[in-house]
Design a protein around this ligand. Structure first.
Ligand code: KG4
Ligand code: ZN
Length: 334
């Protein structure tokens, strides 16, 4: 597999992405076609529309990724695909495309876990030191994962209701921002001069789980309270309060877990890693704890196929291939 060419496909949600990666770490192309503009008018991702859009773009994106990489399709040595978790109809499009390619080119197929992809995106920017602690925050996931060794994942904590990005998007909607509103709330929070202090959801003292639905409700309650009094709610102070609560809890738990499990490194992964407040706080806490921190650039944090290649490469090295009856899995354990 040294220097081998891997073509990876990711279609678990609303991005159709195909990448060509050499030797697991050298990204030759990473084409991402986002459907955001289509879904925005509905205020969120519509699964049925997502599947149809993937069908329309998948072959075009494969061709584009191959062309951009400057290779021929016949040069591909293995095909990787996100097997799950995600929207089942969306996953199916990628899985069928990957199987067809593997069959036609007579090369191995490697089914890959989406979260392993988000985590191993860090292989594309640096060296992973085990044990490593990953904080995965996206629109669909919020997890603290301990990597005890290569390919050995242990979920230490997860959200019991909304994912962080989902909570951001719901609060953003209440503050009248378009979908996806996370970046707008982040910006408003950064600019705020006042803060409405909101509760912190720490759950049980020893728990690494999260819950954000109470915090979201607290924001809505504040808005209603202002309106009842005939006042207009202070959106920026609310955004600030929401953001501070999220950052306190998420970074607080990640650092505590890193210490408890003796992690040698921290990794921040997923689309919410774009949040400036979150990055800055985690960087400060890691420095204090003398813990090296890896954060991939934005295009490798949001859904993309290069991260799937980075994870699949490790399975390839260990000869962990999938058969052609690989099934897409909406729910899948790491
Ligand atoms: O990883 P991603 O692109 O898609 C999923 O796999 O879910 O993450 C998208 C999520 C959205 O919920 C979006 O609002 C949120 O990440 N997001 C942010 C920021 N940028 C994106 N949330 C807070 N602050 C940001 N700067
Ligand atoms: Zn994702």
């Amino acid at each position: 597999t040294e220097g081998g060419l891997l073509l990876a496909i990711e279609t678990s949600c609303d991005e159709t992405s195909v990448a060509v990666v050499r030797g697991g770490r050298e990204v030759l192309s990473n084409v991402v076609s986002s459907q955001i503009d289509t879904h925005r008018q509905f205020g969120g991702v519509v699964p049925e529309i997502a599947s149809r859009k993937h069908v329309e773009s998948i072959t075009i994106i494969i061709e584009e990724a191959v062309r951009e990489a400057g290779i021929r399709l016949e040069d591909i040595d293995a095909v990787a695909v996100t097997q799950g978790p995600g929207l089942i109809g969306a996953l199916l499009v990628g899985v069928v495309a990957a199987k067809s390619l593997a069959l036609a080119l007579d090369v191995p197929l490697i089914g890959t876990h989406h979260i392993a992809g988000h985590i191993y995106a860090n292989r594309l920017i640096g060296e992973i030191l085990y044990p490593s602690l990953a904080l995965v925050v996206s629109g669909g996931h919020t997890e603290i994962v301990l990597l005890e060794a290569e390919g050995k994942f242990r979920i230490i904590g997860r959200t019991r209701d909304d994912a962080v990005g989902e909570a951001y998007d719901k609060v953003a909607r209440a503050l009248k921002f378009p979908y996806p509103g996370g970046p707008h709330v982040d910006k408003l929070a950064q600019e705020a001069t006042e803060e409405i202090v909101l509760p912190r959801s720490w759950l049980e003292p020893d728990s690494y789980d999260f819950s954000f639905s109470g915090l979201k409700s607290a924001v809505l309650a504040e808005i209603n309270r202002s309106r009842m009094k005939g006042e207009s709610p202070d959106f920026s102070a609310l955004a600030r309060g929401f953001q501070q609560s999220v950052i306190d809890v998420v970074t607080g738990k990640a650092i505590r877990a890193a210490k408890e499990f003796g992690a040698r490194q921290m990794m921040l992964c997923g689309g919410v890693a774009a949040n400036r407040g979150l990055r800055e706080r985690l960087a400060a806490l890691c420095e204090e704890a003398d813990l090296p921190l890896l954060i991939p650039p934005h295009n490798l944090c949001t859904d993309n196929a290069a991260m799937i290649a980075a994870a699949a490469d490790l399975k390839w090295r260990h000869g962990q291939f999938s058969s052609l009856d690989l099934k897409a899995e909406a729910v899948m354990s790491l």
